[in-house]
Design a protein around this ligand. Structure first.
Ligand SMILES: Nc1ncnc2c1ncn2[C@@H]1O[C@H](COP(=O)(O)OP(=O)(O)OP(=O)(O)O)[C@@H](O)[C@H]1O
Length: 464
């Protein structure tokens, strides 16, 4: 990458502006590059960010966002030179990096070890066990397979679970992780984005070998939301390498994704075929009885914590009626009502349940309005490709519609900020929050923009 940029920009410019930059962090897919002074930061942003992004892309590393930050504030210098001439006068590097390193912080062995430690830091949810997973027609095969797999049954090294949002995939992965641990196995449980982030971090630290070795120490590798790995071909190849290496060592791999292996766009045929060769199970949408049983279990948990709060059974019945709701959706309505009762000390009535359920069914919080619909319609409206919403592009023609889509996802679905961020190319929840505030502010300032947003909002509500 260093050589690519040097060739494109020429030695003097490269040495003056690019070489002194440092890689500050790579967190949640945000690549933070450090500049020593505000002036340098502004100059790099205005002149070189697009090239830097292109160079990353050419190396098949696609950070969701690229930011340049000032590593040491020197306001007086910034003020004096912020009106810099357009002509670039090559200057001596501000703090010369080692000659063979671009964007590379000095990583001590300790820091590298720390980065590897982060791989293992995921906490397991003690309540998401096989016992607390309610089985029904739509998911009993998945439950049985996950249980047997984590008890060591069968010869297949890989289990792949797919199903809709909120259908219980992560719950089953967590339960499997707990079970494997109980059996003394060393479990590595990562979301696809975490895998990608750690891998790309290792790439920039130039210690991918250590990363590979570290992964191979796991007895069990569990990956959630595999669909997000497709964003970088380098990561997808690394993932395949890891799965193959673990399979050769007769270790086990459990994967979850929102779609079947064949529908994982962006993954090569080799990865798909590797996955399809494992045990593939689907979680369907639980039927009414299962939804009611899940709600009853939640109510019992709640009653143990707050015995004074009463939630009548007819309330649970009414919530379970919601035909298109996933377990997550029904649990969200229950939690809302139970929290209301707890805070106000008022009983929850069937009418309140009716109202909460009605709100969702009417479209203001409709479970039918999916983030995918929102992305599709918003992209169509602004003449973009949905993939632009997942990309790191920050050009206004993409960034503003992306913010609108995030705002609509927040308004029209019950998805949390982190979840919305994840669906928009693995962005951070603070990015979503910022987008929502920005869109609200713009709606107040600009009547035309407000009309656009209202139009999209109404159109999406009518889809249901
Ligand atoms: N069959 C079930 N029994 C008990 N709880 C369930 C069941 N299915 C889902 N849940 C609960 O619903 C919530 C959402 O489930 P989970 O997070 O596992 O969904 P998911 O399929 O991983 O969704 P996403 O793809 O959006 O990450 C969790 O609180 C989970 O415990």
């Amino acid at each position: 990458m260093r050589e690519r940029l040097r060739k494109e920009l020429g030695d003097p410019i490269f040495e003056a502006w690019i070489a002194p930059l440092t890689l500050e962090s790579w967190d949640k897919d945000e690549l933070k590059i450090g500049a020593a002074k505000p002036f340098v930061r502004n100059w790099v942003i205005n002149h070189y960010v697009a090239r830097i992004e292109r160079a990353f892309r050419a190396e098949q590393a696609e950070p969701a966002a690229l930011n340049v930050v000032v590593t040491q504030a020197q306001p007086q210098v910034a003020a004096a030179v912020s009106k810099a001439p357009v002509e670039i006068v090559p200057a001596a590097p501000l703090s010369p990096p080692p000659s063979n390193v671009a964007y590379m912080p000095h990583v001590s062995p300790d820091a590298a070890a720390g980065a590897m430690q982060g791989l293992w830091s995921r906490m397991l949810h003690p309540q998401q066990t096989f016992d607390s997973f309610i089985a029904g027609q739509a998911n009993e095969f998945g439950l049985g397979a996950a249980k047997a797999f984590s008890e060591g049954a069968g010869d297949m090294p890989l289990l792949f679970i797919h199903g809709g949002f909120g259908y219980g995939k992560t719950h089953l992965l967590n339960a499997a992780a707990l079970e494997f641990r109980k059996r003394g196995k060393k479990v590595l449980f990562l979301r696809a984005e975490d895998f990608m982030r750690h891998f790309l971090g290792a790439l920039y630290r130039k210690d991918t070998l250590a990363f590979k070795d570290e992964l191979r120490t796991a007895d069990v590798l569990i990956i959630d939301d595999l669909q997000h790995i497709c964003r970088s071909t380098a990561t997808a190849s690394e993932f395949l390498y890891t799965v193959n290496a673990l399979a050769d060592l007769r270790r086990r791999v459990v994967i979850a994704a929102d779609r079947a292996p064949s529908a994982l766009e962006g993954l090569g045929a080799d990865v798909k075929s590797r996955i399809s060769g494992g045990l593939v199970v689907q979680l369907g949408k639980p039927d009414r009885d299962t939804r009611l049983a899940i709600l009853k279990a939640r109510a019992a948990d709640f009653a143990r914590l707050r015995p004074e709060v009463r939630i009548p059974e007819e309330v649970l019945d009414r919530i379970a009626d919601l035909e298109d709701a996933s377990p997550r959706d029904t649990i969200a309505i229950f939690t809302k009502l139970a929290t209301y009762a707890d805070l106000t000390k008022k009983p929850v009535t069937a009418e309140m349940a009716e109202e909460a359920v009605g709100m969702r069914a009417s479209g203001s919080l409709s479970p039918k309005t999916s983030i995918e619909d929102i992305q599709k319609k918003t992209a169509e409206f602004y003449k973009l490709d949905v993939r632009d919403f997942h990309s790191p592009q920050r050009a206004r023609r993409v960034a503003r519609p992306r913010q609108v889509a995030m705002y609509l996802a927040r308004k029209l679905t019950t998805r949390s900020l982190p979840e919305i961020g994840r669906r928009f190319g693995g962005r951070d929840h603070t990015t979503v929050l910022h987008a929502c505030r920005r869109v609200e502010a713009l709606c107040n300032e600009d009547a035309l923009f407000k009309q656009e947003v209202d139009f999209l909002s109404q159109m999406l509500s009518k889809l249901n």
